[in-house]
Design a protein around this ligand. Structure first.
Ligand code: ASP
Length: 474
């Protein structure tokens, strides 16, 4: 395995992990896998998270130290946020296009959809809301015998643990004022921010600290500069050390997660996947379009060309560069845990200056989630389709807005996008409890959308890196 590139090693480990999980389920070795293999996966995620916050802290401060002019920071900040916003809105629109064209909701059998629709109407009655489309299945004598099944279905969704545990959390987010995000960004205690891994607060502090460091006399600043420099090197080296062992860890992580997903029966899992197969396929097609077409093209046109690459060269360069980060995003389902590796890949392999990558990537990991927003758009429309609810143009526009905001608000951890989807559902007058329907297949889609999230961050970062370099050379 020595000469094999890291991304190939991780890919092999990933495949072996999945094979192990299948074998383990068939041969009933699950308790061994869960007790002795899976913990190594958790240790891996802990290690990555352990370095993420100090790495961001020191590398952003270092970035600020190296930033010769502070005006550049403002320009880069605006460019970063603008680019992230554009790619997110684009991703939602692509998701909407795919789900409206391919209509995965129609793949559900008609009787099931009528029951679903009736359960939706019962929910509307209970919450005293009118129907948007004027249809009324509930009072149609033809379906009278399905009424009971429909109310049982609604009760089952409302009672699900997932919905019960997260409703109050999401309601609290909804009640906050328009400037709350700014308030949330400024920590009142930096140690608490570091403790709770509040990324944006850490970035805010690091920028403030770094800029102040530039403003104090050089002789006072120089020991601090040397300390920050050294610490930054230490954490970068830690990423390298962890990555050498990454293939083994990834095997354990995949084996453990897949066994957890399959439960004790492979056939039960296949059944769940069959019911939601069309939906999963649409999400995966749309996400793959982002990865295979949108980002590489964007990179080729806006960065590769400026570096003198042909389109093919740009493709190869981009995927070779961020391959390890993409595979880790897939294995961990967390952009935050992947961040140290994304930073390493973009800096070392895509040759983006550290002052750019250390600033643009941590912000991206927190606010830029193209995969999440795309997924939310597809899921909401699919859920409406399977309940025979037509969403009109205004409602679809609302989805563009709320899925963008919900993805910005999602934490960079597993399943965050699913929970925040409750807000998107509510914004178009649909029951938030519907998240329980897609929950059984969420982990797999989470893995895929996290790859898109990380690829989006890295692409935008290398584009900004290229344009900044050009400016500096001009
Ligand atoms: N797991 C995703 C991430 O970390 C967030 C989500 O969509 O749930 O990027």
């Amino acid at each position: 395995m020595k000469k094999l590139a890291l991304h190939w090693k991780i890919l092999i480990a990933l495949t072996l992990g999945v094979l192990w999980a299948i074998l383990s389920t068939v041969l009933q070795w699950n308790s061994f896998t869960i007790n002795y293999i899976s913990p190594w996966g958790t240790i891996f995620i802990n290690l990555l998270k352990l370095i993420a916050i100090p790495l961001v802290l020191f590398s952003v401060i270092k970035g600020m130290m190296d930033l010769k002019d502070v005006g550049r920071l403002g320009r880069m900040g605006l460019k970063t946020l603008g680019a992230y916003l554009i790619t997110t809105v684009f991703a939602v629109c692509l998701g909407l296009l795919a789900v409206n064209a391919l209509k995965p909701g129609n793949a559900i059998n008609q009787e099931q959809r009528v029951v679903n629709r009736m359960s939706y109407e019962i929910w509307l009655n209970e919450t005293k809301q009118p129907t948007h489309d004027g249809l009324n299945f509930l009072d149609n004598p033809e379906y009278a015998d399905l009424k009971e099944i429909a109310s049982a279905r609604l009760a089952e969704l409302n009672d699900s643990e997932l919905v019960q545990n997260n409703t109050t959390k999401v309601q609290a987010v909804k009640k906050t004022g328009p400037l709350q995000f700014l308030v949330d960004m400024v920590p009142s205690n930096i140690f608490l921010a570091l403790n709770d891994t509040l990324m944006l607060q850490v970035i805010f502090f690091a920028i403030f600290f770094g800029v102040t460091l530039v403003l104090i006399p050089a002789e006072k600043a120089s020991p601090v500069n040397a300390f920050i420099d050294g610490m930054n090197e230490v954490f970068l080296k830690m990423v390298d050390i962890i990555m050498t062992a990454a293939p083994y860890f990834v095997f354990c992580l995949m084996a453990g997660k897949m066994v957890e997903m399959a439960g004790t029966s492979l056939s039960a899992m296949v059944e769940v996947f069959k019911g939601l197969g069309a939906y999963m396929l649409v999400v995966i097609i749309a996400l793959a379009t982002m990865i295979v077409i949108v980002y590489p093209l964007l990179f080729a046109l806006m960065a590769g060309r400026k570096r003198g690459f042909t389109i093919i060269e740009s493709y190869v360069y981009l995927f070779r560069g961020i391959g390890p980060a993409q595979l880790l995003a897939f294995s961990t389902s967390s952009s935050a845990a992947t961040l140290p590796v994304t930073m390493d890949c973009v800096y070392e392999r895509l040759e983006v200056d550290e002052d750019v990558s250390s600033f643009v990537l941590p912000i991206g990991a927190t606010v830029n989630m193209d995969g999440t927003s795309l997924y939310q758009a597809v899921a909401v429309v699919f859920l409406a389709q399977m309940h025979l609810v037509e969403l009109d143009f205004t409602q679809q526009l609302t989805i563009v807005l709320t899925a963008t905001l919900a993805s910005i608000g999602s934490a960079a951890v597993p399943s965050a996008g699913l929970i925040m989807m409750m807000l998107v559902l509510e914004s178009v007058g649909l029951p938030a409890a519907w998240i329980a329907i897609v929950f059984p297949v969420d982990r797999l889609l989470d893995m895929c959308r996290t790859v898109v999230n990380v690829t989006g961050d890295a692409t935008v970062c290398s584009i900004i890196g290229t344009t900044e370099k050009q400016k500096a050379n001009a």
